[in-house]
Design a binder for this molecule. Structure first.
Ligand code: AHR
Length: 514
């Protein structure tokens, strides 16, 4: 039997806050992510509230999702918001050129999106169209969403049933403008971005401030944060250009976030299967996800040069496992299954974000329902929660918790040429004062015994759950929806030390109290 891994946690220390916005989500008008996955329409036999399916909203509510990014992605740069407001029979029918040339009936538009947010208790992260739109179109959209009903724009929203201005907490200034968002040179993007940052205003008086034209701080109200396009590869040209401009900004414009996209796919185009794979694919994908650490380090270094006080957060608003589409699913719909491997990958990424909590203060996993690394899969009336859903639910206590110092010898898991850390862990003090520890055993064949010493807390009770499975490719299907589920894990505490054994390929979350 292998010796236990020694872990030391300083429960009395104070560290950075793990911003709850790190647990954000992305939902694009893509495939069945919205249509079928969220929106079924009021006439549907699938139970719904004003067209939004109730099984999905009640599952999502439990994740305490801080924000949802919408309408894209690449789709955002060809989205014209007027197509999606007003009586549904009058809405434009268009083609989603980014994703499978699907018919876009625009049944799910701005008002439906805010209804959805209300139903799941989340904030809006709106991506505006900087590709095929204009500053005026984007400014008009923000006016529609946020202006007082006494204005023409606000009156139009009121006529559509929503007199109260919406709260737009985050505004994305374009999407992947180095590629599907217009293929702009960095300097060109920066010049354009400044116009959007200046003129696309949040007019919601509750969010407006005095020192920031897009809505600065006022007591009791979170201002809107504008998020500029940043990198999608280790290339730092966008990071340099945007951060250099930010450093020189004046009163007339600013940004409050820099976006970064980084997927786990090993190589493009994504070819790894989401079901029926073996340990080689398991190990290779987990190794690939560790590149997130390099991406954060490379781009944070550039940000530190211009912003040593870390005022501008790095917003990783697209991340996750991008695999081959499921056989039989439509091209461009990015429909894949989700296994215990993907949940382990999610834990490794969330742990990285927590370790970089001083700079990484917001992320959005791609995507929420039916697309890429989804929380939920649906097929007509059927719904299943994925292993990644359960992982996100287990991590809820880390939202806005204080990260604590944790030391351990990770060891190495090897398969073929892959050699990666075997154990991963984070610890935090939650708002309720409890100590929370997340422990990941990457090794799919060998359990790991943990001997954790907790300094600064007279630990007396420990409880926990563990997510694991019998196979590396274990999934939840409509027939076996509970195959990969969190279950209680036996852990003991004696003399301030916690003992627990992590099963192979597992993530455990423990709660420790005095
Ligand atoms: O998430 C799918 C796509 O990936 C997004 O639309 C785009 O921004 C990225 O390339």
């Amino acid at each position: 039997q292998q010796a236990p891994v020694s872990v030391t946690i300083d429960a009395a220390a104070s560290g950075p806050r793990i911003d709850r916005n790190i647990f954000g989500q992305f939902a694009e008008n893509l495939g069945t992510g919205i249509y079928g996955g969220v929106w079924v329409g009021e006439g549907s036999p699938i139970p719904n509230v004003r067209g939004i399916r109730t099984d999905v909203t009640s599952a999502l509510r439990a994740l305490k999702i801080p924000s949802v990014r919408w309408p894209g992605g690449c789709f955002a740069d060809e989205y014209h918001w007027r197509d999606g407001i007003g009586p549904s029979r009058q809405r434009a029918v268009t083609v989603n050129g980014s994703w499978g040339n699907a018919l876009e009936k625009n049944d799910f538009g701005t008002d439906e999106f805010f209804d959805f947010l209300d139903q799941i208790g989340s904030d809006a992260y709106i991506s505006i169209n900087m590709g095929s739109g204009s500053v005026k179109e984007a400014a008009d959209w923000l006016a529609y969403m946020t202006a007082d009903p006494g204005t023409t724009a606000g009156a139009e929203r009121a006529a559509n049933g929503h007199p109260k201005p919406y709260r737009v907490r985050f505004l994305g200034l374009g999407n992947e403008s180095w590629s599907c968002g217009g293929a702009y040179r960095p300097d060109y993007y920066v010049d354009e971005m400044k116009r959007y940052a200046r003129f696309v205003r949040n007019l919601n008086l509750e969010q407006q401030g005095t020192d920031n034209p897009a809505g600065g701080s006022v007591a009791g109200s979170a201002p809107m944060q504008r998020i500029a396009v940043g990198p999608g590869t280790p290339d730092t040209d966008y990071t340099e250009a945007v951060m250099k401009a930010w450093k020189a900004h004046d009163w007339s414009w600013s940004i409050e976030g820099l976006s970064m996209h980084n997927y786990t796919w090993v190589r493009w185009p994504p070819a790894y299967a989401s079901t029926g794979f073996g340990e080689r694919e398991y190990a290779t994908l987990i190794q690939d996800t560790l590149k997130m650490e390099d991406m954060i380090r490379i781009h944070s270094a550039v940000m530190d040069k211009y912003d040593p006080d870390k005022k501008v957060p790095l917003v990783i608003d697209e991340w996750g496992v991008w695999l081959a589409k499921l056989p039989g699913s439509r091209d461009g719909f990015l429909h894949q299954q989700n296994s215990i491997r993907d949940a382990i990958i999610a834990s490794i990424n969330l742990n990285m974000f927590a370790r970089h909590a001083d700079r990484v203060r917001m992320t959005a996993i791609a995507q929420m329902v039916n697309v890429l690394q989804a929380m939920i899969l649906t097929d007509g009336p059927k719904m299943v929660l994925t292993p990644t859903y359960h992982l996100f639910r287990m991590y809820v206590p880390f939202q806005d918790a204080t990260r604590l110092p944790i030391a351990f010898d990770a060891g190495t898991y090897r398969f073929g040429t892959v050699a990666i850390p075997r154990v991963d862990a984070i610890a935090a003090r939650a708002q309720d004062g409890k100590l929370w520890v997340a422990l990941t055993n990457v090794d799919p064949g060998t359990p790991v015994r943990i001997d954790a010493r907790i300094d600064g807390l007279a630990a007396r009770t420990v409880t926990g759950t563990v997510l694991t499975a019998d196979r590396v490719d274990a999934i939840n299907s409509y027939d076996r929806p509970d195959a990969v589920m969190p279950r209680p894990i036996a852990a003991s505490v004696r003399g301030g030390r916690i003992a627990v054994t992590l099963p192979p390929k597992s993530v455990a979350v423990l709660s420790v109290s005095p």
